[in-house]
Design a protein around this ligand. Sequence first.
Ligand SMILES: Nc1ncnc2c1ncn2[C@@H]1O[C@H](COP(=O)(O)OP(=O)(O)O)[C@@H](O)[C@H]1O
Ligand SMILES: [Mg+2]
Length: 333
Amino acid sequence: MAKIELKNVTKSYGGLQVIKGIDLEIRKGEFMVFVGPSGCGKSTLLRLVSGLEEITTGDMLFDGQRVNDLVPSDRGIAMVFQSYALYPHMKVYDNMAFGMKLAKAGKPEIDRRVREAARLLQIEHLLDRLPKQLSGGQRQRVAIGRAIVRDPRVFLFDEPLSNLDAALRVQTRLEIARLHHGMQDVTMIYVTHDQVEAMTLADRIAVLRDGKLEQVGTPAELYERPNSTFVAGFIGSPKMNFLTDGFAHAHDCATLGIRPEHIDIAEAGPWSGEVVHAEDLGADHYLFVEIGAAEPLVVRQPGKLALPLGTRLSLAPRLGHLHRFDANDAPIR
Ligand SMILES: Nc1ncnc2c1ncn2[C@@H]1O[C@H](COP(=O)(O)OP(=O)(O)O)[C@@H](O)[C@H]1O
Ligand SMILES: [Mg+2]
């Protein structure tokens, strides 16, 4: 287990700075998620933590010890990537044992650790198979198992679910959450561009934007108190509605944010308009209502869709759930 500290960390490739001064402390045993749009620097930041890339300026500390110059194998980390890269000619057991064999661990110790990891991931019945005899989800579990066997202090994941189909993603996500609960001492950093993964797995989320930290907080903090329209729009699905001009001025702000789940159909609400589109998801539905703003307002309603397109509605935002931002995109509270 390790506390990880980043102190004004930057990374440049040639003249191009892609990590622009990051200060962050990740607690022992914490599940930290780096989230942000493609190209914002998530993988680069993870590779800096791992030691696969050298930081350009700043400091990286593990448990107070400067690790800037330590190679990955001396940092006590294990990584799981999007592509699982198992050795195709080796059985699952040998894939999982390989790192320990290289490290010249004894046979009984290897066997104990492989079986323990296999039990944790419920892949004991797969140990005699070759990778080609496994599904994508099983292969990813073996890749995770191979990392666990090395008994890391820090576990790093880079978009480990993005090659899996939707159902397997949900199932494997659950397994990673269970794994975290079963390895309370191990600090985990998990990179994803998927805000649902971030919200469901994280103790805390670090939102990255263009090489900088935009906001760090628990999922609830980011959802309830986003520090910018960027975070507000990134966290939550369907996305927060943003209103400007008269809609915002009525609430003394430049941009008014309101989530689809915080708008009610009302007798005489302040907004009204026609339903121009609807999406029925079964358990709930989304109404797209043309209220005269730049884009239709998305309203989330429970249950099955019962309104025909063209229905006129009066709508009221729940006042305790308004997000107001000034002209500089700073929150007004
Ligand atoms: N080895 C490299 N050489 C030059 N530029 C790189 C290298 N690796 C990443 N970059 C650039 O750094 C930025 C961040 O990339 P990356 O960390 O992969 O983003 P993310 O994982 O968030 O999608 C991108 O603009 C990317 O092109
Ligand atoms: Mg990446």
